[in-house]
Structures are given as structure tokens and as C-alpha cells.
Design a protein around this ligand. Structure first.
Ligand code: URA
Length: 238
């Protein structure tokens, strides 16, 4: 699909619209080795070679960042009062069309995908696709074989919502603190789902982190940091 030259340059964040106009007027922009004449000239981003100051501009339509969300930031694109997950991106990486794929609570940490690819986000979030989400949590109380069996059948959260069968694993039980470290795999993404599932059984989630979503894993990415997905990871998601 063809787009305006100034839009291409601003989409690739090499220049604002008005800077692009200036560069074009100053004959610094070349399309297929010819000086660009006007900002509204149409180009095909996949076929045409665009250079500024003789440097080729690489075209990229979609951006994918894997973030290890820290506690204290909200899963939104902008907020008047609170820091959002997009505030964690450097100026270079920030784009105003990026958004988080789904939500983690303000106090939840871990894997969050940031992208401008609406179709991919839809596929990952659609209940029809049953994408696994894996969480690690510390919960107050003892997770028993009975708890695990209840999660496997589907926890009745309230009158209106019974969660789909979920895989619960006890990693460690601390007898002194009366706390269980668990790993939970769910295929849904309802509001406060993990906390509400435990709450329904009288157990409180003390800390929660997401370590996996579909084929994406957090690995050893430190909290508050992010990295670009590899092409293998992007292909696996699609
Ligand atoms: N379940 C929750 O309760 N909170 C989250 O942030 C994610 C899943």
C-alpha cells in the first residue's frame, strides 16, 4: 500500500511531519535515488528506497516489545496521575500507537507485550484462542491436593463466573509463614482473575507475577526492562 512520503518519515520516527517538509525542501530526501520533490509524494514502503542524507530508512510497520512490568505502574497507554507501562520506554522506542496486550494489575509484575499490531493482540486475547498464561504467586495459606483438584475442575469465582479448568502446581509451602508458592496456568484473562480464583477458596494472593503468555516467556529479563521480540518469537505468536 502506498503512503505519503512525510507520513512514512514520521511513522519511522526519523522526522516529524514539519521536519520532513523541511528536509524535502532542502533536497535531503531521496526516493529511489531521485531527489524527492514534494511531501505528499506517494511511496510504497516495501518497494521504494527512501534515504535521508544518503542513509536508507528501514521500514517497519509493527513493533513488539516484551516488558517485565514492575509493580507500581498501570497497564494503560496514558494517565494524568500515574506512571504507565509506556512511560518505561525510552524516547527512541516510544510510539503513540503502542499499547499493552491485556492488563496486569498495578501490583502485578512480569510479562507484558507492548505492540502496535492490533490483529496479533486480538488473537492473543481472544477467548476462542485459549492462550495459556502462566503465573507464579505467593498465596496466604496451604495449597493442598484438594485445592489443586478444585482448580483442575474449574473454580466457581462467583454466581456469574466459573473459571475454566486451570493447572495449579505447588512449588513450595512455608510452614512458618503459612504461605504457598505456586505456579498457575490459565487460559482466560478476566479482571483480577488469579486473585479472585484464590479469594473464592478463602486464600489471599500476596504477590503475583506473570512468567509466560502463549509461546512467550519472560526468561531472565530484569524487572522494569524490556527488549524487542526476536523474529522467531514473532513468527511463533502468529
Ligand atoms: N490475575 C490477577 O488477579 N491479576 C493480574 O494482574 C493478572 C491476572
Amino acid at each position: 500500500m502506498k503512503i505519503r512520503l512525510d507520513k512514512f518519515l514520521s511513522d519511522m520516527q526519523v522526522a516529524t511531519r514539519s521536519e520532513s517538509h523541511q528536509l524535502i525542501r532542502n533536497k535531503k530526501v531521496f526516493v529511489n535515488d531521485q531527489v524527492a520533490k514534494t511531501a505528499n509524494q506517494k511511496i510504497d514502503p516495501l518497494l521504494d528506497k527512501v534515504c535521508i542524507h544518503h542513509q536508507p530508512i528501514k521500514y517497519q510497520k509493527y513493533f513488539y516489545w516484551l516488558l517485565n512490568k514492575p509493580a507500581g505502574v498501570i497497564s494503560a497507554t496514558s494517565d494524568k496521575h500515574q506512571a504507565t507501562v509506556l512511560d518505561l520506554l525510552t524516547d527512541n522506542d516510544y510510539r503513540n500507537d503502542l499499547f499493552p496486550v491485556g492488563r496486569l494489575d498495578k501490583d502485578t509484575t512480569g510479562l507484558l507485550l507492548l505492540t502496535n499490531d492490533g490483529q496479533l493482540a486480538h488473537n492473543l486475547l481472544s477467548p476462542r484462542h485459549h492462550v495459556d498464561k502462566v503465573y507464579r504467586a505467593t498465596v496466604q495459606g496451604q495449597v493442598t491436593a484438594q485445592t489443586i483438584a478444585t482448580f483442575a475442575k474449574g473454580v466457581k469465582v462467583d454466581e456469574h463466573f466459573t473459571a475454566k479448568p486451570a493447572k495449579l502446581r505447588l512449588l513450595k509451602y512455608d510452614e512458618n509463614m503459612l504461605q504457598s508458592q505456586i505456579e498457575l496456568t490459565i487460559t482466560e484473562g478476566k479482571f483480577h482473575q488469579v486473585k479472585r480464583m484464590f479469594q473464592a477458596l478463602g486464600m489471599r494472593v500476596l504477590s503475583l507475577t506473570r512468567i509466560q503468555m502463549g509461546t512467550l516467556t519472560l526468561g531472565d529479563l530484569p524487572q522494569g526492562e524490556y527488549r524487542a521480540l526476536t523474529s522467531t518469537e514473532i513468527n511463533a505468536l502468529q
